[in-house]
Ligand binder design. Structure first.
Ligand code: CU
Length: 218
């Protein structure tokens, strides 16, 4: 994604104030949050920003002018907010963008993970300070997606870095097709030393659930 696209998108994300307090952190499902999730209709305001996006450094030349690699069989997905909520001053935003190849570095080696033609989108969960918008790393996020009662995705998201988004949590996701889905995020506390402004917050895992609609053409 280019810098302009991202900043446009950011601005929209910030406007999409759909805060869903989910105080009953450990209650699975969190019915209150279910009913107030964003849908694609909501995020159409995100300006239809960059349709092709990239987390591939090799393809980035000048900041603000990123050329995304064309990957055979991969459908471009405009970056869009699927859902967002807040938790004790932390903004939690689930976003979808074009499926991308990425590398996982384990301290010794890099392993490339490539999307296939079945990959629907790259799911990114952004955790950030709701006031300063500074990303919050060192947490962990597990995502599950249901279509009706059927579990269609159940994985831990990778802690991930990228030039324009900074620390986030992401993975490529394959959905069976267009339709209505329920996304549930289990956000575990950032395990890190904290400056005192972050004392006494985010000490227990927090679950937030959202409904979202997915269609290929969006
Ligand atoms: Cu990512």
């Amino acid at each position: 994604m280019n810098a302009i696209g991202r900043s446009k998108h950011r601005a929209c994300t910030l406007r999409a104030v759909l805060s869903v307090g989910c105080l009953a952190a450990m209650l699975s499902g969190c019915a209150a949050a279910d009913k107030t999730a964003t849908t694609q209709a909501k995020r159409k305001s995100s300006g239809g920003g960059s349709a092709m996006v990239s987390m591939n450094m090799a393809s980035s030349t000048t900041p603000g002018k990123t050329v995304a690699p064309l990957i055979k069989g991969i459908t471009p997905v405009p970056t869009q907010v699927l859902a967002s909520t807040k938790w004790q001053g932390m903004a939690i935003s689930a976003e979808a963008m074009t499926a991308v190849p990425f590398v996982v570095f384990n301290g010794t080696q890099e392993q490339e993970i490539k999307p296939s033609s079945k990959t629907t989108f790259h799911l990114m969960v952004m955790l950030s300070d709701a006031q300063t918008h500074v990303p919050i790393p060192y947490a962990s996020v597990w995502a599950t997606i249901h279509q009706g009662s059927k579990l269609v995705y159940d994985e831990r998201l990778w802690p991930m870095i990228s030039r324009y988004m900074g620390p986030h949590y992401g993975n490529n996701v394959s959905l069976p097709g267009a339709g209505d889905y329920k996304l549930s995020l289990l956000v575990s506390p950032p395990v890190a030393a904290r400056h005192v402004e972050y004392q006494n917050v985010w000490l227990k895992p927090h679950r937030a659930s959202f409904a979202f609609h997915w269609s290929r053409t969006s």
